[in-house]
Design a protein around this ligand. Structure first.
Ligand SMILES: [Zn+2]
Length: 124
């Protein structure tokens, strides 16, 4: 895939995957940006620090993550992000939706159910 196309996929779709991924890992314990960056790269995503830190900040703005900064750390103190109760609700919703998506998009299950009514008029 060309670099432009990869960028478009990242912006339109993968950003959401990364956020889901962050919430998942934060549910298992506090995460820091650098670790999260490596984790996403391990999964094959090309994520830069310029992307991951704003993402973490957005999740915090939504109240899904809470951030703790070491007060003795000064300017470059590392920030630890933890999942909030609201974040846990979002993650639970995402788990259901991801499973549903996986079943249909990857496994091809349940595609006949609504096949007759796609809102597409068939010439006849
Ligand atoms: Zn992971």
């Amino acid at each position: 895939m060309k670099a432009n196309a990869v960028k478009a996929v990242q912006r339109e779709i993968l950003l959401g995957f990364w956020k889901a991924h962050i919430l998942h890992h934060a549910s298992q314990g506090p995460v820091v940006g650098q670790w999260m960056l490596q984790e996403l790269r391990r999964h094959g995503y090309e994520v830069s620090p310029g992307t991951i830190y704003p993402l973490l900040a957005r999740l915090e703005e939504h109240g899904w993550l809470t951030c703790k900064t070491d007060p003795a750390g000064g300017l470059h103190a590392r920030k630890e992000y933890s999942l909030t109760a609201a974040g846990r609700d979002v993650l639970a919703l995402l788990q259901k939706q991801v499973e549903e998506l996986y079943r249909e998009v990857v496994l091809g299950e349940g595609e006949e159910e609504n096949e007759n009514d796609k809102g597409v008029s068939t010439p006849n």
